[in-house]
Ligand binder design. Structure first.
Ligand code: CP
Length: 311
C-alpha cells in the first residue's frame, strides 16, 4: 500500500496489515525520538489543524507530532474565529486551507464531514473525529497502547464501558478489534447500547461479543476495561441525558475483584466515570495512552506526507 497522499477517515478503510504497519512505524519513531530528541523528516511541510469542536489531546498531540517531525503547524481551534462564521461552506474552507498546508487534520460535529473534506481536498485529510461516527487516530493509539503494554492484542478479553451509543472512540475501536482474536464485552446502560448494526457486523466477522449492563460482574473476566464519558453534547434531548447521567463509575471498590493485571483505559476527557483514586493504582493506563498519541500521529503524518523513507 502506497501511503503517500492517503486519507485517514474511517477504520473501515483499513486492513489489519495497514493497522499493524502504522503501529510498527510508530514504535520505530518513538525509539528514534527517544534517542535523538527531535527528528526532521517533515522539515518544510505544514500541517493545517481545523477543529470545529473542542479538543485538548487530539489537537495538541497532532501539533506536537508535527513539531517533533521537524514540520510546522497552522490552524484554528474554534470555527467562531473563522469565515465559517460568515457563512463559508466546509468545501470552500477546505479548498482554501489546502493552498496553505500539505496535510489537513479535521474535527467536526457532523458525521461524514471528514469524508467530504477528503473528497474536496488534493492533500491528505485525517479525521480527528466526526460527530458520533469515527475517531480512527484514537483507535490506532489505543491499539498501540494495548500492544506496548501486553505485547499482543490477540487472546485478550476487552470490555468497552459507557456511552457505546454516541461514543465515536468505541465505534472505531470495536471495528478495529474485529481484526484480532479477542473476546469483547459491551457494558452499558440500556439507553446507551452499541448500535445494532455495529454489533451485528462484529459478530459476522467472527468476534465473540457479549452485551451486558453488569459492570461489577464482568470486571473479573477482563484484561482491559476501556471506559468512556457520556457524550452529553450528542444527546438530542437533555431529558434523555439526565436518565443516564452518573449511571456508572469505576473506582477502587468496583475494581476489587479485577485481575491484578487489568488495565483501565479511557480516551479522556473524563467527567466522573473514573474516580481519581484509580489514577495511582497499577490499573490506570489512561495517561500512558495519552502519551501514545504522539508517536502514532507522527507515523500517520509522516506516512501520508510520504516523508518517512528509511524508517
Ligand atoms: N481523546 C480525545 O479525542 O480527546 P480530546 O477531545 O481532548 O481531543
Amino acid at each position: 500500500m502506497d501511503w503517500k497522499g492517503r486519507d485517514v477517515i474511517s477504520i473501515r478503510d483499513f486492513s489489519k496489515e495497514d493497522v499493524e504497519f502504522v503501529l510498527s512505524v510508530a514504535e520505530r519513531l518513538e525509539e528514534e525520538l527517544a534517542k535523538k530528541g527531535s527528528l526532521d523528516y517533515a522539515r518544510g511541510k505544514i500541517l493545517a489543524t481545523l477543529f470545529f469542536e473542542p479538543s485538548t489531546r487530539t489537537r495538541l498531540s497532532f501539533e506536537s507530532a508535527m513539531h517533533r517531525l521537524g514540520g510546522s503547524v497552522i490552524g484554528f481551534s474554534s470555527a467562531s474565529s473563522t469565515s465559517v462564521k460568515k457563512g463559508e461552506s466546509l468545501a470552500d474552507t477546505i479548498k482554501t486551507v489546502e493552498q496553505y498546508g500539505d496535510v489537513i487534520v479535521i474535527r467536526h460535529p457532523m458525521e461524514g464531514a471528514a469524508r467530504l473534506a477528503a473528497e474536496v481536498a488534493e492533500v491528505p485529510v485525517i479525521n480527528a473525529g466526526d460527530g458520533s461516527n469515527q475517531h480512527p487516530t484514537q483507535t490506532l493509539l489505543d491499539l498501540y497502547t494495548i500492544k506496548r503494554t501486553f505485547g499482543r492484542i490477540d487472546g485478550l478479553t476487552i470490555g468497552l464501558l459507557g456511552d457505546l451509543k454516541y461514543g465515536r472512540t468505541v465505534h472505531s475501536l470495536a471495528e478495529a478489534l474485529a481484526f484480532y482474536d479477542v473476546e469483547l464485552y459491551l457494558i452499558s446502560p440500556e439507553l446507551l447500547r452499541m448500535p445494532k448494526h455495529i454489533v451485528d457486523d462484529l459478530r459476522e466477522k467472527g468476534l465473540t461479543v457479549h452485551e451486558t449492563t453488569d459492570l461489577e460482574g464482568t470486571i473479573p473476566e477482563l484484561d482491559v476495561l476501556y471506559v468512556t464519558r457520556i457524550q452529553r453534547e450528542r444527546f438530542p434531548d437533555e431529558e434523555e441525558y439526565l436518565k443516564v447521567k452518573g449511571s456508572y463509575q469505576v473506582n477502587l471498590s468496583t475494581l476489587k475483584n479485577a485481575k491484578e493485571s487489568l488495565k483501565v483505559m479511557h480516551p479522556l476527557p473524563r467527567v466522573d466515570e473514573i474516580h481519581p483514586e484509580v489514577d495511582k493504582s497499577g490499573h490506570a493506563l489512561y495517561f500512558r495512552q495519552v502519551f501514545s498519541g504522539v508517536p502514532v500521529r507522527m507515523a500517520l503524518l509522516g506516512l501520508t506526507l510520504g516523508v518517512l523513507e528509511g524508517v
